[in-house]
Design a protein around this ligand. Structure first.
Ligand code: 6PG
Length: 242
């Protein structure tokens, strides 16, 4: 599958280009239907993208927001991906609360994962074994090659039928709820925003080493039927063959 890669000079440039791409795809989905769905990641990188996306002309009243993953913390915790999106996208873009489908990070992780999967099934009116197709899924990559909260060696990487699961992130001593590979690969548009020097070697491995998602979970994105859309800065892309 052909991955489309756009390399921008720096992180703000990559965030801007990514935000414009996400906004255009959401508008495309809204032109084709009554609602659009967006699943976003957390961590540090999306903050800049959210700030830019919130300023773009999207009919947010018709966009429903989901998460690629969440840390199992209360919604006002500094580590909460919901909090990150709320402060930098939901509030600035005036996204109605009824459109926000957060992971309930403050309850038992297994229950939170089940509740989240049930919410997704209910909202998208899915049949029991049907995979959700979000319009846009925005992911990132950790320096270790993890994506969503699918870390190297994670057994749930082999679960291609499930929607969401609870994982224990050893290096962060933290439980997480994450979308599983299925919803990432079923996305109409799969988008990666990856910036920073510390990701360069792993990004080279993701694109140039033989597929081994247990070693580099981000390689799952290379299986996307239409190819993922990568927004990179020069620092992250510096070891890639052009
Ligand atoms: C999270 C994310 C995770 C993130 C990578 C990159 O909750 O941490 O969703 O998958 O995309 O860890 O994180 P940074 O942007 O902080 O480098």
């Amino acid at each position: 599958m052909s991955a489309r890669r756009l390399v921008l000079a720096d992180a703000p440039g990559a965030a801007e280009a990514c935000a414009r791409y996400v906004a255009d795809r959401l508008q495309q989905a809204l032109d084709a239907g009554s609602l659009a769905t967006l699943a976003v990641s957390g961590g540090h990188t999306p903050k800049l993208m959210f700030e830019k996306l919130a300023l773009l002309p999207v009919d947010w009243r018709r966009v429903h927001l989901f998460w690629v993953d969440e840390r199992c913390v209360p919604p006002d915790d500094a580590a909460s991906n919901y909090k990150l999106a709320k402060e930098n996208l939901i509030v600035p873009a005036h996204i109605p609360d009824r459109n926000v489908h957060r992971v309930v990070g403050e309850i038992d992780p297994q229950e939170a994962a089940q509740e989240y999967a049930d919410d997704i099934r209910r909202f998208l009116k899915l049949a029991a074994d049907e995979m959700p197709q979000f319009d846009v899924v925005q992911c990132g990559m950790g320096p270790d090659g993890h994506t969503a909260s699918l870390f190297p060696g994670e057994p749930l990487l082999d679960d291609r039928k499930g929607i969401a699961g609870a994982v224990y992130a050893q290096q962060f001593s933290q439980w997480r709820v994450t979308l599983l590979p299925g919803p990432l690969l079923a996305a109409k548009w799969l988008v990666y925003l990856v910036t920073g020097e510390d990701k360069a070697e792993t990004l080279r491995a993701v694109f140039e080493e033989k597929p081994n998602p247990k070693k580099y979970p981000t390689q799952i994105a290379l299986e996307h039927p239409e190819g993922a859309n990568w927004f990179l800065d020069e620092a992250a892309a510096r070891l890639l063959d052009s």
